[in-house]
Design a protein around this ligand. Structure first.
Ligand code: PRX
Length: 659
């Protein structure tokens, strides 16, 4: 370790003693919201508070007369008689207000290409593409798939759907084509928007060719629109496939935005749950936009005229939906959009982008921060980061050491950090500091956003735990909450509202409440694993592993990992006669990459001649977690064959010898 790294380490160790970080005086002085009375005001009447925000930040075509309709819980409805169009809120009203030449996205390509896309340009492209979609037969209520890398057209595609009332269904570009097929098939997607190829760290992968292979026979899929992003060879099927640039050029330039009912579905986004089949989280228009726009404005203390904001997520996740597209555009923000990875073309590329665009706000995941820590503080040290005034964290718990490094090395000790807790289901940030008000504690997402009620309750009875640990619940409906699981109303009720009733939303996370009323989110209570902020179900990974011809059985757990937060560890039983070789390990990883995506590949594979099961045949993952993390084993008396654990311990010990 160099001398400077050693002294930084020492300084951060010392800072671990600091319990609370008040908002820096300079930040507070310029903060839009610095009066804690906002919490009381919102708590006094949350529905009225949200309704006021909705009217303050959005221009409704027809203003709603009612806030919440809770006559059929848990199917809550918000702003029901209002009418609004999400694309008009994100584009038309800004152009009409005379800020059409403001940059919406400073896009930077992997090879250094620059595109500055203004609000007027986005509006023009969105209108043309909306007309093109109509021409292809897409109608209000149809589902449109979007499988794209980080290029500005992804926002155009989403907003064009919103403009005509089609429901977009974005799938993260890191998912394999087979996963895309599953999500398209569940949702009976009518059209898919994709690319010829996608670039990653200097290589170009053929995307359209893979899509054809997986989706050629999908009955509902009538049209595929292909964006020429890389010029890579790309098969086209006559009558079904069209090029984006050609249909846009041929389309009429004007497509008036149709005011939608507030509860008209805006999008579906599939996420992982306890079982192998992904859940289609459904968000609607007025409430979702209210949640995303309000939180984006308040949590980031956004000043649309002067801020340059960068959310370094991928648009394929909810963070990208709410904080790259809808929230920022509705607020008229100038954002940075980066196509690539954090280490291409070099490990300082993020900091180069911050310096070049004079970014003022950075919103990133702890896993990225931990990676930067590993690479060393001297890399960001080579760039001018003095434009930054606020930092955000999202997706997984941030450990205090990483928080302090972010605060010191990136934020120069002058930027508040907002650690934001939320989920695909919540649509918008739920637990977070307000940067001009909240005293932050490294590792805690602090307290609920105004108008949101979060509590920690006991596992069986659901009684408030007071100070202590339990299950996190959200107690009152909020505008951007999911409305259902697409075509699975029963699963929606069962998953979120069966344990503690219809008026308490079960989050699926364990949390601790401290003596100051601060919340510390611990992690999932179900079989969901969070790898680098990517949510995966253990069942989904297991079913991909057992699809391999040599595998008899598999059990997957999330194991804590210093880099990725959690990592996938798979206990695998091979078919009789198959040798435990590195080739088989690679083949299993390959199977998972093909079926789900590379990011889901198990980091560790432990050979298991047998798995610990109860007498009724249920795999006891708790014991697998204990053994993988080297903890003392919990109760093994309910096992059908307690000898299994001794064999596994032997296997783990042998694994240690190999290292
Ligand atoms: O376990 C929590 C964790 O991520 C889960 C939600 O994942 P997803 O729907 O993919 O959305 C991620 C981006 C919003 C939560 O149930 N999580 C998210 N943010 C935090 C977090 N855990 C701790 N602290 C956070 N700030």
């Amino acid at each position: 370790m160099s001398e400077t790294a050693g002294s930084l380490e020492h300084e951060l160790e010392g800072m671990l003693e600091i319990e609370k970080f008040p908002p820096p005086a300079d930040f507070r002085e310029h903060a839009e919201w610095a009066d804690p009375a906002i919490y009381e005001e919102a708590a006094a009447d949350p529905v009225a508070w949200w309704t006021a925000r909705s009217k303050e930040l959005l221009d409704w075509d027809v203003e709603p007369t009612e806030g919440l309709n809770d006559s059929d819980p848990p199917f809550y409805r918000w702003f029901e008689d209002g009418r609004i169009n999400a694309s008009a809120q994100c584009l038309d009203r800004h152009v009409a207000a005379g800020i059409g030449d403001r940059v919406a996205y400073h896009w930077r390509g992997e090879e250094g290409e620059r595109r500055d896309v203004t609000y007027a340009e986005l509006l023009d492209q969105t209108q043309r593409f909306a007309n093109a979609l109509k021409g292809l037969g897409v109608e209000k209520g149809d589902v449109v798939g979007i499988y794209l890398p980080m290029i500005p057209e992804v926002a155009v595609a989403m907003l064009a759907c919103a403009r005509i009332g089609a429901i977009h269904n974005v799938v993260f570009g890191g998912f394999s084509a087979e996963s895309v097929r599953e999500r398209m098939s569940f949702s009976e997607t009518k059209a898919l928007i994709t690319v010829d190829g996608a670039r990653r760290k200097g290589k170009t992968a053929q995307i359209k060719a893979q899509v054809d292979e997986e989706m050629g026979d999908l009955a509902s899929l009538e049209k595929i629109v292909v964006i020429r992003a890389t010029g890579v060879e790309c098969p086209m099927t006559e009558g079904r496939d069209v090029f984006f640039d050609e249909v846009c050029a041929a389309a009429e330039p004007e497509c008036p935005a149709e005011p939608m009912e507030a509860e008209h579905p805006l999008f579906i986004l599939y996420t992982s749950g306890s079982t192998a089949s992904p859940k289609g989280i459904l968000h609607t228009t007025g409430g979702y936009l209210t949640g995303a726009t309000t939180t984006h404005r308040y949590v980031f203390d956004l000043k649309p005229e002067t801020d340059v904001y960068w959310c370094a997520a991928d648009v394929g996740w909810i963070t990208g939906h709410s904080y790259i597209v809808y929230g920022p555009l509705a607020n008229g923000t100038t954002s940075v959009m980066w196509e690539g990875a954090p280490d291409y073309p070099h490990q300082g590329i993020w900091w180069e982008l911050v310096q070049d665009y004079k970014a003022t706000i950075l919103y990133a995941a702890p896993t990225a921060i931990r990676t930067f820590i590993k690479w060393g503080a001297d890399i960001p040290g080579r760039f001018d980061l003095s434009s930054l005034r606020l930092l955000g964290s999202v997706g997984e718990p941030i450990n205090p050491k990483a928080w302090l490094w972010y605060h010191k090395v990136i934020g120069g000790e002058r930027c508040p950090i907002v650690d934001t807790w939320w989920q695909t289901e919540t649509g918008a940030i739920m637990i977070t500091p307000l940067p001009g008000i909240t005293e932050t504690k490294p590792g805690s997402a602090t307290t609920a956003f105004p108008g949101v009620s979060a509590s920690v309750v006991g596992e069986s009875e659901g009684e408030p735990v007071g100070e202590g640990q339990g299950l996190l619940v959200l107690e009152k409906p909020w505008p951007s909450m999911l409305r259902t699981l697409y075509k699975e109303d029963e699963r929606f009720v069962e998953t979120y509202f069966s344990r503690f009733g219809v008026d308490r939303y079960l989050v699926g996370d364990a949390a601790r409440l401290d003596s100051d009323g601060y919340l510390w989110v611990i992690g999932r209570i179900d079989d969901v694993v969070n790898v680098s902020g990517h949510r995966l179900s253990t069942a989904e990974v297991e079913s991909a592993i057992v699809a391999h011809e040599n595998v008899a059985e598999a059990a997957v757990i999330g194991q804590s990992d210093p880099d990725t937060g959690q990592a996938i560890c798979a206990f695998v039983t091979l078919n009789d006669g198959v040798a435990h070789t590195d080739e088989v390990i690679e083949a299993i990883r390959g199977e998972v990459a093909a079926r789900i995506g590379k990011f889901a590949r198990p980091k560790r594979i432990v050979w298991a001649d047998d798995l610990p099961k109860t007498r009724s045949g249920k795999i006891m993952r708790r014991l697998l977690r204990d053994i993988a993390e080297g903890r003392a084993l919990g109760d093994v008396t309910t096992l059908r064959d307690p000898g299994v654990m001794a064999a596994l311990e032997g296997q783990i010990a042998a694994e240690g010898d190999d290292e």
